[in-house]
Every structure is written in structure tokens, then in C-alpha cells.
Write a protein that binds this ligand. Sequence first.
Ligand SMILES: Nc1ncnc2c1ncn2[C@@H]1O[C@H](COP(=O)(O)OP(=O)(O)OP(=O)(O)O)[C@@H](O)[C@H]1O
Length: 331
Amino acid sequence: MSELRFENVTVRYGTGRRALRAVDGVSLTVPPGQVVGLVGESGSGKSTLARAAVGLAPLASGRVLLGGQDVVHRARGGGHRPLQMVFQDPYASLDPRMRVGDSVAEAIPRTGPSDGAGRRAEVARLFDLVGLDAGHALSRPAELSGGQRQRVALARALAGRPSVVVADEITSALDVSVQGTVLNLVRDLQRRMHLGMLFISHNLAVVRYVSDVVAVMYLGRIVECGPAHDVLADPQHPYTRELLAAAPQRDGSAWADTGQGEGAVTEVDPPDPHHVPAGCRFHPRCPVGPLVRPDRAECLTLDPTPGSAGRVHGAACHFAADRLPPPGTAR
Ligand SMILES: Nc1ncnc2c1ncn2[C@@H]1O[C@H](COP(=O)(O)OP(=O)(O)OP(=O)(O)O)[C@@H](O)[C@H]1O
């Protein structure tokens, strides 16, 4: 059982005037066997943080630790791979020319079964685990549905016998009708195998369904973090409140990501990571900040420190403790 920990992680892209910090000093912990849901609108840096975890985005500073060991310096031998990533588009992560059974077999570590029969049995076990008919092993990715391909991608990830899985928008590219089934499968596997998971989604209903801890990201920062129930039922950061107000309410299609239901805050004036505002980076959009409360001048100059990186509920807002009134009522 390993804990995944981001310590003050910064990722920069570009140079000179085009330089931006996609992730800006993020600390976040994924406790063993728990799901940390990461939400935030497009461009907030969620994918970059995920990629940083598996070494696909270069760290400008900070560290990513798995079980206390720096992931960058972990031996990349043929042993089991304790940190695995599953992407939004399973097509992109599967070789189109390979039979999917071979793709999964390829991901079995060298410390696993080495003879043909043993490896075939392991592939069959993994297919069974993700609810795929063994007959599909001979198919190419193009012959499968999107949901089946995502199951193959999951089987590949599980072949490494991970203790932590980073899942980046793994249901959002799927047909609405299969999103719920794949999500249920992932949650079921996570519980049965006691996997730690960093689960990224812009869909709050999905995050609500799977997460033990919720972290909210805005312009490269975690602005609120804590136990899922606390963050979602009693949000402290005005941005979280706006996200929640904009999210579709729970109904029969609670998981369905139809691309609708993104509300005002996510449409108006999207933040530009090339020009991060001084002070609190949310202040130009804050419904309870200096725009409407001129007395709250510290928001213009003081960068609020993140309140929490894990299980304690906290928010990076100078007035979080003030029990801010809901958006729209503060005037
Ligand atoms: N390879 C790259 N080079 C330059 N800028 C990048 C690169 N990847 C991401 N960015 C920028 O970094 C910021 C964060 O992007 P990122 O994809 O991490 O956000 P996100 O929250 O995952 O959004 P989405 O949900 O749209 O993927 C964005 O402004 C994006 O344009």
C-alpha cells in the first residue's frame, strides 16, 4: 500500500512571454486505497498534474513521491509498476495494429508469469477482472467499442499490479450510455483491490460518485481540498460554490456527461494562465471578492495559502472562514 504525494509541484510550459505555470506549487496526497477526485474547469492544470505524477510532464520544482520514494528516480526495471495511468482516449494508448490480448500481455511485468501458458492465463484473469469476454483478446482496438477499449486500457494498467492509478477523464470520451457502467467497474475494482486513485474529471457528479477526498483546481492551484462530503456539502471557496451551483443536479442521468450543464463560471471570462492575477488568482471572477466588496482589498495583493493537501478540509481564500453567503446574495 503506497501513498502518492505531490510536494509543492510546479510545471512550466514554454519560455519568455509565452511561459506559463500549468501547475503552480501544488501539494496533494492520495492516501492508500482512497480516491482523490480532482475537479476544475478546462485549463486549470488537472491533466498536467496527472502527467507530472507519471513522469510525462517535467517538474520545474517540487517532488512526487510514491510510498516515500521519488517517482522520477524509481527504478524502471521489469518489476511491477506501482503507479499506472489511464487516459481519456483509450485509442491513443493502444497500438492499433496489435491484438488487444497482446497489448495486455505486453504490460505484464517480467516478474510475472514468463511462460506462454502462464501469460495467457494472466491475460484471461485481467480480461475477466475488467469484464471483457476472453474472445475479444484476438480483436484489434478498432473492432471494439469505446467502452471495451477503455476496459482493455484498464486491464493493461492493472497488469502492472499498481497500488495507485491516475485516471484522467477516463469516462468523458465514452458514449453516455456506457459511462455509468465503466465508472461502476472502476469503483468496484478500486475497492476490491484497495487501489489509491487520483481521479480527474471536470464532471462534478462523477467526482461525487467515486471520491473519498475532493480537490478543486483553479489556474494551476488547489484552491480547496478535503473529505468529499465536506467539500461538496459545505464548500468554503467561492470558486467551489460556483462550480457546484453550475453542475447539473442529481437525477437519473447524474453521471452522463452530455457536455451540457457547465454553468456561468465556466463560460464567462476563462482564466488565462499566461496572465495570472496578483493576490488571489480568483479575485477577478470572485462573486464575494473586491469587485463587489471593496473592503476586501487583501484579495488584490495577498496570495492566499492553500488550506489543505488532503483529508483536512481547507480552502485558499482569505474569507473562507467567514461563512460566505452563497454566490449571488453577497452585495
Ligand atoms: N504541452 C503543453 N505546452 C504548452 N502549454 C500546455 C501544454 N499542455 C498544457 N498546456 C497549458 O497548460 C494549462 C493547463 O492545461 P491542462 O491540460 O493541464 O488543464 P486541464 O485542467 O487538464 O484541462 P483539460 O480538461 O482541458 O485537459 C493550459 O493553459 C494549457 O493550455
